[in-house]
Write a protein that binds this ligand. Structure first.
Ligand SMILES: *[C@@H]1O[C@H](CO)[C@@H](O)[C@H](O)[C@H]1NC(C)=O
Ligand SMILES: *[C@@H]1O[C@H](CO)[C@@H](O)[C@H](O)[C@H]1NC(C)=O
Ligand SMILES: *[C@@H]1O[C@H](CO)[C@@H](O)[C@H](O)[C@H]1NC(C)=O
Ligand SMILES: *[C@@H]1O[C@H](CO)[C@@H](O)[C@H](O)[C@H]1NC(C)=O
Ligand SMILES: *[C@@H]1O[C@H](CO)[C@@H](O)[C@H](O)[C@H]1NC(C)=O
Ligand SMILES: *[C@@H]1O[C@H](CO)[C@@H](O)[C@H](O)[C@H]1NC(C)=O
Ligand SMILES: *[C@@H]1O[C@H](CO)[C@@H](O)[C@H](O)[C@H]1NC(C)=O
Ligand SMILES: *[C@@H]1O[C@H](CO)[C@@H](O)[C@H](O)[C@H]1NC(C)=O
Ligand SMILES: CC(=O)N[C@H]1CO[C@H](CO)[C@@H](O)[C@@H]1O
Length: 870
């Protein structure tokens, strides 16, 4: 049913939008809240228009009180330039040089005539699809950026011919999708790169091959040529160019790993990644040496066949995480597999040496200082990584785990820096399922410091004389139905005689016992509300008529926002906008008495292509149109680098700055909850949404999340929503599948990053995932939401569901039940519908949900809505 598809899509991908240039003068308005004239009058900011450039200070406080700033006109607003420039001074830190032979950066003497090849030259990718797609004002592809950077591009004919090949392949792909039922069934489908036979120049001075791959929400990547593997065409061209050109660089404009085997002739490989608005300029700067790469991989890149296949992936049926805690480098390092590009690896244009300066144990805090020296010819920054090898006394343990990291300042040739890194031993206690306790087992803990996981030096050994129970909990997560894989351990005997030894004083660790019975707070003001008001608070705002309730589930306050809380009891709606590659909002919108409307409707072009003409027309007709002369406003958000790229910077300060940029824009546009950061683990390199996530390692995931969170939340009424809680590691059948995971792997790998971020940065919201965990929907798991998240981790914020789909018609599985989410101490069911609201009322009537349970969740939403009024 086509119309049905529209509704489902509207729910899935609420509010994506794209550009319309509108010629007008550049004006910033600071009007009051829509449809609430009272408010703006009260505050008395009568001067509604300020011209940027004359009188250009849009006062921050006024913005926060008066609601969104209205940007009108066609010129670039100062905040856009400022944000782009801020990002531009960091983005090269996200790029990872995998191979080098000294030919780059170019020198002044080198030619500025370049042969640019590859699918990414014109179709440069700044981020992925789906939730990750941010609407920035403009984007230069790599061809344009090189032209603007003073290069002459010698491959115009080739690029034109490639465009034709691409268009033809894409048309066939769209036709195939349409014949497959079209629309929703193909959500997230990605065209594989076609093979072709075009003439190309095989010899010359300078060539760059830009290889792109996109992926996104709804579909996993595939281990086939044209996706994870190079196509035959790509492989042949890349090898030819590498052999025939004096200088050649392979550039990877991908969101995640490629299988780079059998490219031995290529001596310069750069992971450009997808860096948001200034992806292309960053490449030009790196090639010319205006900037330098200083990123390190946060996920192992190696041959596809070497990734572990112990657990399953992308099974339609239950996905069994049989590999347990042996994810990513924890696996490779333990079984001692050679990998091409290890976790934590990345070269610079320059080279570094490091030596251990000092190590000490203070209570349970270990601290190491290393001296890092730039011994090469160029400027650069180096990352020092700290790993811990735990003894395998009663539990099997991976060879090592990352416990912290730090980046040097910029070092000129011969310059030195001292880097200090610390960690607390109990933060990395292992989970003993038998006794349901986080423990530090008896034995020797070897601490290692280095500049990649495969290049470390031991810097201390901490002796734990007898087992220490760090935190006693209960097993909460059910039975996965199998026992985790245990590797054959054949650790090499290490001679640690010269390494400094410490003995841990067990008393330095305070044992924690969890009180699961501690009651939750209920606000008296919430008790006084009517049942209907309480129920509306825990359901996302919806419009009452049937169709409206589905499409209108989107925010009416901020155009293109993903949703909002209900306006009951005089409360302001809490507005939510998608991420994580920036704020996903409508670029252009108009206002009327019903609210703010996205001029382009809520579906992006890429999504529209999934539909046949008839359905497209229906969708287009459903988009509200402005009246003649109605002002058009803009929300140009800054596209920040994808999650994976931010992690690759290994720079917490940069992560904080990314959060700061988003927080500033949230304040301006009147968005309170950003539906990001996303920190699921890169369990398999095939997960379609990995680009939004950070790493295969929970520590760096948690640390980057905490930094972004503090960047966002330092802004008034701007907060994050960590997602997707938890074990959402694939896109295949993501709504109805069980991630079967052991309690230990959940706690040490999949929940760990959330725990770190909660404890360090106090995020305001967390979004539950679609999947089930050991047979229980994560949105209705009280064990997960209440017992682990709130009681064990001490989380104080709100818990919302992901945008739950409702199917009307003949479906195998029943529709979701909102009340069960509330019963599990989830606080708000998104995006919300009349049926969900009625479901809650019904559950109260039938005593399936107690008034107290409803009031607990309503209290949290109420308190947040009250908080943003100030
Ligand atoms: C002003 O607010 C009051 C109380 O909320 C409401 O009854 C009235 O309709 C509002 N007036 C306008 C013009 O919005
Ligand atoms: C309102 O703003 C305009 C344009 O910036 C300025 O010329 C005028 O003086 C302002 N009026 C008041 C009352 O502040
Ligand atoms: C960033 O990208 C924009 C759009 O592509 C471009 O106009 C701008 O000059 C770039 N800025 C920097 C600092 O690279
Ligand atoms: C790390 O340090 C070593 C010297 O110990 C140096 O040779 C190497 O280039 C550095 N970088 C990487 C990624 O290993
Ligand atoms: C610890 O490692 C040793 C040596 O590799 C091995 O024999 C033993 O079985 C391991 N113990 C556990 C609990 O995995
Ligand atoms: C370990 O190294 C020290 C000095 O570096 C040496 O004296 C000792 O014999 C070595 N031990 C073993 C078991 O190889
Ligand atoms: C995974 O969990 C589901 C739900 O608990 C269960 O039905 C299924 O049998 C489990 N898979 C395995 C391999 O045990
Ligand atoms: C939780 O989310 C899933 C996936 O959308 C859905 O199928 C399930 O019914 C939801 N559970 C509840 C209680 O709504
Ligand atoms: C637990 C669960 O819902 N598992 C499902 C995963 O998906 C397959 C295929 O759709 C179902 O058969 C399983 O029941």
């Amino acid at each position: 049913m086509k119309f049905f598809n529209i509704l489902v899509i509207a729910l899935l991908l609420i509010n994506l939008a794209f550009a319309v240039p509108i010629k007008k003068k550049c004006i910033v308005k600071n009007k009051g809240e829509i449809g609430n004239k009272n408010d703006s009058e009260e505050i008395g900011n009568n001067n509604e228009s300020e011209e940027i450039g004359n009188n250009n200070e849009a006062d921050d406080d006024k913005k926060a009180i008066n609601g969104p700033t209205r940007f009108e006109g066609d010129e670039i607003f100062p905040y856009e330039t400022e944000h782009i420039n801020t990002l531009a001074s960091y983005t090269s830190e996200c790029t990872v040089l995998l191979k080098k032979n000294g030919d780059f950066p170019l020198t002044k003497k080198d030619t500025r005539k370049v042969y640019l090849y590859g699918n990414g030259v014109r179709k440069t990718i700044k981020g992925g699809t789906g939730s990750g797609d941010v609407n920035s004002r403009s984007f230069d592809n790599i061809e344009t950026a090189f032209t603007k950077g003073g290069f002459e591009i010698l491959t115009k004919d080739f690029l034109d011919a490639y465009d034709e090949i691409y268009e033809k392949a894409n048309k066939e792909f769209q036709e195939e999708l349409n014949s497959n039922g079209g629309g929703f069934l193909n959500f997230g489908a990605i065209m594989t790169e076609p093979d072709y036979d075009l003439p190309y120049v095989k010899e010359g001075d300078l060539a760059i091959y830009v290889l792109s791959r996109i992926s996104g929400e709804g579909t996993d990547r595939k281990p086939i040529k044209g996706d994870l593997f190079l196509t035959d065409t790509e492989r042949k061209m890349i090898n030819d160019l590498a052999k025939g050109f004096k200088k050649f660089m392979l550039v990877l404009n991908t969101g995640g790993p490629m299988d780079l085997s059998d490219l031995d002739s290529v001596e310069n490989v750069l992971v450009l990644s997808q860096l948001g608005v200034n992806t292309s300029n960053t490449l030009v700067d790196v090639i010319t040496g205006a900037k330098y790469p200083s990123g390190k991989l946060a996920t192992t890149w190696t041959k596809y066949e070497d990734y572990q296949t112990i657990g399953d992936f992308a099974e339609k049926d239950d996905t069994n995480y049989k590999e347990g805690i042996y994810v990513g480098y924890r696996y490779f390092d333990t079984v001692n597999t050679d990998v091409m590009y290890p976790f934590g690896f990345g070269l610079g244009y320059t080279d570094f040496e490091y030596e251990i300066k000092s190590a000490k144990l203070n209570g349970e805090t270990f601290e190491v200082k290393t001296n890092v020296k730039n011994v090469g010819k160029y400027k650069g920054k180096e990352v020092m990584e700290l790993y811990l090898s735990k003894p395998n006394t009663s539990l099997d343990e991976p060879y090592q785990i990352l416990v912290n990291f730090a980046k040097t300042k910029e070092l000129k040739p011969k310059q030195k820096d001292t880097v200090t890194i610390k960690f607390k031993l109990s933060d990395f206690a292992s989970y003993d399922t038998k006794t349901a306790t986080y423990i530090l087992d008896k034995g020797d803990y070897v601490v290692r410091v280095g500049n990649s996981s495969r290049n470390t030096k031991p810097c201390g050994v901490i002796k734990v004389k007898s087992r220490i129970d760090v935190r006693k909990v209960d097993n909460k997560l059910g039975d996965p139905g199998f026992k985790d894989y245990v590797p054959e351990l054949n650790r090499k005997k290490e001679n640690l005689s010269k390494v400094k030894k410490f003995t841990l004083n067990a008393k330095s660790i305070k044992k924690e016992v969890i009180d699961y019975e501690k009651p939750y707070e209920i606000n008296e003001a919430v008790k006084a509300l009517t049942l209907e008001e309480k129920a509306k608070l825990v359901i996302g705002a919806y419009v009452e008529d049937a169709i409206g309730s589905l499409i209108g589930a989107a925010s009416t306050t901020v155009a293109g926002a993903a949703g909002e809380t209900a306006k009951v009891a005089g409360l302001k709606p809490v507005v939510m906008a998608d991420g994580p590659a920036g704020l996903r909002l409508a670029k252009s919108y108009f206002l009327d008495e019903t609210g703010a409307h996205n001029l382009q409707g809520n579906l992006p072009e890429s999504m529209m292509n999934l539909f046949d003409e008839e359905t497209k027309k229906l969708i287009e007709e459903s988009i509200p149109k402005p009246k003649e002369g109605e002002p058009i406003y803009h929300q140009y958000a800054t596209a920040i680098p994808i999650g994976t790229a931010i992690a690759q910077s290994w720079n917490k300060e940069f992560a904080r700055i990314c959060g700061d940029i988003v927080g500033t824009e949230m304040e301006m546009f009147g968005v309170q909850l950003w539906l990001a950061p996303a920190l699921n683990i890169h369990r398999s390199i095939l997960c379609g949404r990995n680009f939004e996530y950070y790493s295969e390692d929970p520590y760096i995931s948690g640390a980057i999340t905490a930094a972004i969170t503090s960047g966002v939340q330092k802004h008034k009424n701007a907060f994050v929503t960590l997602k997707h809680f938890a074990a959402n590691n694939q896109e295949t059948n993501r709504y109805l599948n069980s991630s079967n995971v052991s309690e230990r792997a959940m706690r040490e790998i999949y929940l760990k990053g959330f725990e770190i971020a909660v404890k360090e940065a106090n995020p305001k919201a967390i979004m539950t995932s679609y999947n089930l965990i050991n047979g229980i929907h994560s949105n209705e798991s009280k064990d997960l939401t209440s017992d682990i998240l709130r009681k064990e981790f001490g989380y104080k914020g709100i818990v919302m569901t992901d945008w739950v789909m409702k199917m009307e018609g003949d479906y195998k599985y029943p529709n979701p039940t909102a009340y069960k989410v509330i019963k599990a101490t989830g606080d708000i069911f998104m995006p919300g519908s009349k049926a969900d609201y009625e479901n809650v009322l019904e559950a109260i009537k039938n005593n399936e949900l107690t008034m107290e349970e409803l009031e607990i969740s309503a209290t949290r939403i109420y308190n947040l809505a009250k908080e943003i009024e100030n």
